[in-house]
Design a protein around this ligand. Structure first.
Ligand code: DON
Length: 331
């Protein structure tokens, strides 16, 4: 456990609670690792880490927080942000809706009236969003995506080629969705290029700490709290967070909103990020998934953190996170 800045008692209570959660759930081994992308099935199921980063840049981390894994669906949040920057809100809304589906992440359904995919968090919507990323050709588009991720993480990021090729050679369902959307004019003709870009964004390598920094940037008006770089235009933070809140956990989004009450996103490699607006980013990594594709330990840790520190957005209990408590105490 590392506490890079805070030494106050409130930071200690968060740190202590994270350690307790780590010990409590380390022995929980229910669930299964994702294996529909063959390369993901090779992961060690015991890996587990919890990390928080405040908007002041205070980092708390426990477990395997340096272990690199592919970001998978968590990438959809950040690519949605880049599509909004590239085209603006109105244009993106014409191509992808903002309605939760109540269906699985890979469901092949489009809105009957508009023919749009329902939202940018399900695979169909994410493929359409990736299709909107600007650039002259595949290399420039990939470079723009990687530069965007680098702004959030604060260091160079790379694509795991084995996972990328593994998904590219088995992702027939995603390919089918792309052709269905091409049929309805919801994406343009560069299907293979955009699908490759989608598979590449899912195969970007991060660790649990990186994810917490990325979530903290979303909590901090789009500014990376460690590098102070603007990762995304702050005007789009409300778009990104509201879609995360209603759609980020797929067919678990309602129960998550009820119990945890924070904008969040999961990925099939076992990551979950949650954003406490104005306060901090939370990330959990544990590859054992439930039937909906969400990390089992990740969900439990977020539920308990939210409950313990009163993080639910609609919680009326007057509790705040450590740095905010410090400000209140000083005034
Ligand atoms: O498109 C896919 O199936 C994967 N690359 C990403 C899916 C994913 O992470 C869903 N989230 N729980």
């Amino acid at each position: 456990m590392t506490d890079t800045k805070n030494t106050d008692i409130s930071a200690s209570s968060l740190s202590e609670f994270m350690n307790d959660l780590y010990s409590k759930y380390k022995s929980l081994r229910t669930g299964a690792v994702a294996d529909y992308i063959p390369e993901l099935a090779k992961v060690n199921p015991d890996l587990f880490s919890i990390c928080t980063v405040t908007v002041n840049g205070d980092v708390l981390q426990v477990g395997d927080f340096e272990h690199l894994f592919t970001i998978q669906s968590i990438s959809k949040v950040f690519v949605h942000g880049l599509a909004l920057e590239d085209h603006g809100r109105d244009y993106v809304l014409k191509r992808v809706g903002v309605e939760p589906t109540g269906d699985a992440f890979n469901s092949i359904i489009l809105d009957e009236q508009s023919k749009r995919p329902y939202n940018p968090m399900v695979n169909a919507g994410a493929i359409a969003t990736t299709g909107l990323i600007k650039g002259k050709g595949a290399t420039e588009r990939l470079n723009r995506l990687l530069e965007m991720f680098q702004r959030y993480v604060g260091k160079d990021v790379f694509v795991d080629i084995s996972v990328f090729t593994s998904e590219r050679s088995t992702g027939h369902r995603n390919r089918a969705m792309a052709y269905l959307m091409l049929n309805f004019g919801m994406i343009d003709g560069q299907i293979d290029e955009s699908l490759d870009l989608y598979f590449q964004q899912c195969a970007v390598m991060v660790n649990c700490r990186d994810l917490a920094v990325m979530a903290a940037a979303l909590a901090n008006k789009g500014v990376n709290p460690l590098t102070k770089e603007q990762a995304v235009d702050s005007q789009y933070i409300k778009d990104i967070l509201s879609v995360m809140y209603t759609c980020g956990m797929y067919n678990f989004a309602g129960e998550w909103a009820y119990k945890v009450g924070l904008p969040a996103k999961s990925g099939v490699s076992g990551g979950i990020i949650a954003v406490v607006p104005g306060q901090m980013g939370i990330a959990v990594f544990s590859p054992l998934l439930d039937a909906r594709g969400n990390s089992i330990r990740g969900v439990k840790v977020c539920e308990e953190l939210s409950q313990q520190f009163g993080l639910h957005l609609f919680d009326c209990v007057d509790r705040r996170l450590p740095h905010a408590m410090l400000r209140n105490e000083a005034s």
